[in-house]
Design a binder for this molecule. Structure first.
Ligand code: FS2
Ligand code: SF4
Length: 554
């Protein structure tokens, strides 16, 4: 087992990451090894998909399925060895199908086949035991004794970045957005990574291409969300329980919460959001459901306590799931799509009747607590609508600075930095936030600046696209470069979606980003230095001096 993809990886001087029988997240070595083999086979699929495209052979089903399967290997998504094994076998079928068609087309054209990549040469053993025995060949740091550690670090930066982009691509696909150009670019990069590239410049360049690819994907996702559910509107959300039977929906997939709201209508069951599902309260086509009553709980790392306390059924639509046996609620949590936990019921279609039955059997909340409201819904349209007033207040000298404090949450104690940063930001600054990191401060009162709320909740981590659009609008209004704006990005990272958002921001030329709580363990000191030199990348330090420096730099 070797996995080093997330912030909570085991950190050793040798950079071993999670390398023993179980990762910090609870992923077993078997699941980790199976995921490595799955990724290798996905790289082989991309090799053949890439070649097949030269002969106008495009298989949209495989184009859609491969990034989804890649998403299953993201942190805190799928811990079920049987499901990962099944993905690996299906990947083999997809690979063989594309390979046969590409070879036939090349032969018909009289072309010689190019050399096979390392991934395309891999032959999948027939049994799960055989696959596990071949895991060393598939390890994501394979060949590490033959190349400089910076090469491995860059390969991982690209692989994990592309994994984050694949996850967002799948979120967009669920909302009806697909794009041949994006799929082609995904296969091109994934196939290349399967050739174990060693050219440092090419790897750095590819990491920027992944950032750009993700920018296109985030735009697709924004379109998918707004076409499906309308534009988010500033909306008050109650964060206290209401008496009655209940379902809690977590993760990022709003298609699922819509289905749950439709199917629970008239049952008396109240539906609550959790974690990254909070922004769904702001979408007209979701908020219109009167049984969407509020948000319960905070970010993913608190779920073992919060789900244990929740007296109803829980649905995990995407990342981040953690062991449900600790809080003894494995019999009333359900997984969807790529999510998996051994022994937990997986809902394979849009029929949530098992969840509804489960909720009806639970006690539900016995009393209604005094309501407490937070405000969400400053998505792209709302931000653009507010932009003229914001610009006016900047010109009048009433708004001095913008901070985007967003990203993932996590358990590390150092993450109190992000709360302290928000609380100590100057009173004439606006704070944009997104991702599950916001739960560290979104229940606090920040007041307003002449009617403009100081805290603007932009949405999920993927809604970074909306924040970028606001930044672009401001730079146009003030006729300056993005980096000349009085804007500072303070990002909390945990998993690979955050990595690709960072790559997207770098690829857009955004400099001076503060990120933490730690530097990704797969980046060597040399690579961190490269990011510092190229992008003025900053690791978080002391809140007071970081705020002072950020303001001075504007
Ligand atoms: Fe939070 Fe977890 Fe959004 Fe990340 S719910 S850390 O994977 O995707 O953000
Ligand atoms: Fe370790 Fe993170 Fe990988 Fe889990 S996902 S095994 S915690 S590096």
């Amino acid at each position: 087992m070797f996995c080093i993809q997330c912030e909570q990886t085991i950190r050793t001087p040798a950079g071993d990451g999670c390398a023993y029988s179980t990762g910090m997240c609870g992923k077993t070595s078997d699941v980790s090894d199976l995921q490595d083999v799955l990724i290798l086979n996905l790289q082989a699929i991309s090799y053949w998909a890439n070649l097949a495209r030269q002969y106008a052979i495009v298989d949209s089903e495989i184009d859609n399925w491969a990034p989804k399967a890649f998403f299953s290997t993201l942190t805190n998504v799928n811990f079920d060895p049987e499901r990962i094994y099944a993905y690996t076998r299906f990947a083999e079928d997809c690979k063989n199908s594309l390979r046969d068609r590409a070879i036939a087309a090349a032969a018909a054209a009289g072309d010689t086949l190019p050399p096979l990549s390392a991934a395309a040469q891999f032959e999948l053993p027939d049994t799960i035991e055989g696959i596990l025995a071949s895991a060393d060949q598939a390890a994501v740091n394979r060949g590490k004794s033959d190349v400089h550690e910076d090469v491995i670090g860059l390969r991982l930066l690209c692989l994990y970045g592309l994994k984050g982009a694949a996850a967002y691509f799948e979120h967009a696909r669920v909302l009806g957005q697909t794009d041949q150009g994006v799929a082609t670019e995904y296969h091109r990069i994934m196939a290349w990574l399967g050739s174990d590239p060693s050219d440092i410049d090419a790897l750095l360049n590819t990491s920027m291409q992944i950032g750009q690819l993700n920018y296109r994907i985030m735009e697709m996702l924004d379109k998918g969300e707004t076409d499906s559910f309308g534009h988010p509107e500033p909306t008050q959300v109650n964060v206290k329980p209401i008496a009655g039977k209940c379902i809690l929906v977590s993760g990022h997939d709003m298609h699922d919460i819509e289905k749950i709201l439709q199917q629970t209508a008239g049952t008396g069951i109240n539906v609550y959001t959790h974690g990254e599902m909070l922004p769904s309260h702001a979408y007209p086509e979701l908020k219109k459901h009167s049984n969407l009553v509020g948000n319960y709980g905070t970010a993913w790392q608190n779920q073992q306590q919060e789900f244990a306390d929740f007296p109803g059924a829980v649905v995990m639509t995407s990342n981040c799931i953690i062991d449900p046996n600790v809080g003894q609620y494995a019999d009333r949590i359900f997984t969807r799509s790529i999510v998996g936990w051994p022994g937990v019921t997986h809902i394979t279609d849009d029929d949530f009747s098992a969840v509804i039955d489960c909720a009806l059997q639970q006690e539900g909340f016995s009393c209604t607590e005094i309501e407490k409201m937070i405000t969400v819904g400053f998505g792209r349209n709302a931000l653009m609508g507010a932009a003229p007033a914001v610009i006016d207040q900047v010109k009048q000298g009433n708004i001095s600075h913008f901070f985007l404090i967003g990203g993932c949450d996590g358990a590390a104690a150092e993450r109190s930095y992000f709360t302290d940063f928000a609380v100590n930001a100057p009173e004439d600054s606006l704070i944009l936030t997104l991702g599950c990191g916001k739960f560290r401060f979104n229940n606090k009162h920040f007041g307003d600046i002449n009617g403009i709320p100081r805290l603007l909740d932009v949405g999920q981590c993927n809604d970074a696209y909306s924040a970028i659009q606001l930044a672009l609008a401001l730079s146009e209004a003030f006729d300056c470069d993005l980096n000349e704006l009085p804007l500072t990005l303070v990002l909390s990272w945990f998993e690979q979606k955050a990595i690709v958002i960072l790559l997207t921001l770098f690829s857009l030329g955004v400099k001076g980003i503060y990120a933490g709580p730690t530097t990704p363990a797969f980046l060597t000191d040399n690579l961190v230095k490269v990011l510092q030199d190229k992008f003025d990348y900053r690791t978080i330090g002391d809140v007071e001096s970081d705020i002072k420096d950020a303001i001075a730099a504007a």
